[in-house]
Design a protein around this ligand. Sequence first.
Ligand SMILES: O=C[C@H](O)[C@H](O)[C@H](O)COP(=O)(O)O
Length: 278
Amino acid sequence: MATANDAAALIEESKRLAAFQAVADHLSPSYRHIGIGSGSTVVHVVAAISSLSPSITSAMTFYPTGAQSEALIEDAGLRLAYINKLPPGVQLDVCFDGADEVDSALNLIKGGGACLWQEKIVASAAKKFVCVADFRKISEGGLGTEWKKGVPIEVLPMAAPRVLDELKRLGAQGAKIRSGLPGKAGACVTDNGLWIVDAVFKPLLAKAEEGYEDGKDGVWTVDGLADKLIKIPGVAEIGLFYGKSGLEVESGAQKPVAAYFGMADGSVKVQTLEKGLV
Ligand SMILES: O=C[C@H](O)[C@H](O)[C@H](O)COP(=O)(O)O
């Protein structure tokens, strides 16, 4: 019988498979500017990049999405720079990052590790954002069916009570300020010095259905809810990556062009808007 350790090892291996395949498919030796996300799957992205010849990686510069990814880049001996130093008009060639859940339209929940704001800045600065995840992140029933902890929302601490009130009015089934425990008493504090509110909604629709009234009975489309959340005073950024992908717009895309999933059977599946999950 499989033990908890076996299950953990299987998940870790699936992360590794997804990351190595994504790097093999999307990191061209000609690339110069690479965004590195946050979380546990992206650790394998950096390992995959580090396994390449230094003659390739020494010509590249890597841009972090927070303290963890900054340390990943430094510890791997890769050239580190910051997105505010990217010359005006220059985009990242590619950004690799994880996700907490991915729906059929490549909308993402991100922020499980409280890094969403810088992640969205870096992902949207890239010509193409490539998502890497393990099989648990595949959402067939809409965002919120697999990731049940709620949509992470980065907020100004003094606005948190008002944000919680507004979330209730928008039909949130539950919303709370993320605790810093076990590491830190009190609220979780992000790399930007702000707080995270996690708001649980009914599973989000990837697309509006015919004649559908968004938000009725607390059921939202991803885009409909995102547009409401981002406008709440005191909200800095939201952990919904939605709208367009780098294949659809020149710049500013939040959605990945592809999502790589390591599967429990050792295979890797790739999801794109064109072909779905194959
Ligand atoms: O805030 C954290 C980021 O959005 C992560 O990319 C996301 O939580 C996925 O993390 P992991 O790769 O550890 O599942």
